[in-house]
Ligand binder design. Sequence first.
Ligand code: ATP
Ligand code: HSE
Length: 324
Amino acid sequence: MAVYTQLGAETLAALIAEFDVGALVSAKGIAEGVSNSNWLIDTSGKDGNGARFILTMFEGRTDVGDLPFFLGLLDHLADKGCPVPRTIHDRAGASFRWIDDKALALIEFLPGVSVSEPTAAQAYAVGGALAQVHLAAQDFGSTRANGMDLTAWKGLLEDCGAQGLAQINPDLAALVAEELPLLAQNWPTDLPRGIVHADLFPDNVLMLDDKVTGLIDFYFACTDILAYDVAVTHAAWCFSNDGTRFDADISQALLAGYEAVRPLSEAERAALPLLARGAAMRFLSTRAYDWINTPADALVVKKDPMAFANRLRFYAAHPALFAA
Ligand SMILES: Nc1ncnc2c1ncn2[C@@H]1O[C@H](COP(=O)(O)OP(=O)(O)OP(=O)(O)O)[C@@H](O)[C@H]1O
Ligand SMILES: N[C@@H](CCO)C(=O)O
């Protein structure tokens, strides 16, 4: 469940009154998500016909200093026609407000559901939506360094230690010891960069049939290699959850959808095998760290690091996977 902070009815009504969205009608805590507290908010609407929003309270994981970047990016992308929710600004024009020491943002509600077993047509649409974001963000004025880069993966995995990794799986420390230096030595430095989502998993995409209706959860967005974002999305979409089954049709469709909007250069395509190994390492590192450091009685369900160790092994064993 992901409502870490309880807000009373009066507090919520007073908060909503700070926005020009009508009066609060109902607020329901949303169970999905692990980072922040989210509520589904219904109001009477500006015109009395009702309106729906997502209220997000930023808990510890998001640096509030980054909120102008994240929320400004949503508005920029929405202005350019990307399927992302707008931030609702308060009556004074602010994109987020405070209750006690927690920041809150009111976000446009978008229809759609997250798919758990995507079809090729859906993967094609997701690839296209990702490319649309990459192009639309080109003239977004701000930048943000990727806090979850190779140095960060290394730090998290060192913190786990060989013993911690061995508790997860006896072969994990050896896999990390082999792959991390290889990634560090070969990580590309000259590929096109821009704003990337960096976490475009199926649970961060809302769809109706084959149409992407919402890309959400931009709280890892940053400036990085565009093809790395393709690799992250590939790792997230093209395997069974546990990473043991690769789906070649989904892979082909995702890349074709992306390239229909933004063709990859030869250099980007050539780098994809390594970038995909990096993407797998990124989620392996955060999942391994959380696996070891999340208390047993925590409310969140821990995500399996081995699902991304399996993807990493697969990418390492199939270097020709992305050949055109
Ligand atoms: N703009 C939106 N429109 C419709 N539903 C949304 C929107 N934003 C979030 N949701 C719903 O709220 C749920 C939780 O949101 P989200 O995934 O952003 O939570 P989180 O805790 O911030 O993220 P995560 O678990 O990825 O760290 C989503 O699964 C989705 O169902
Ligand atoms: N999408 C991530 C969690 C949020 O970064 C994962 O599945 O490990």
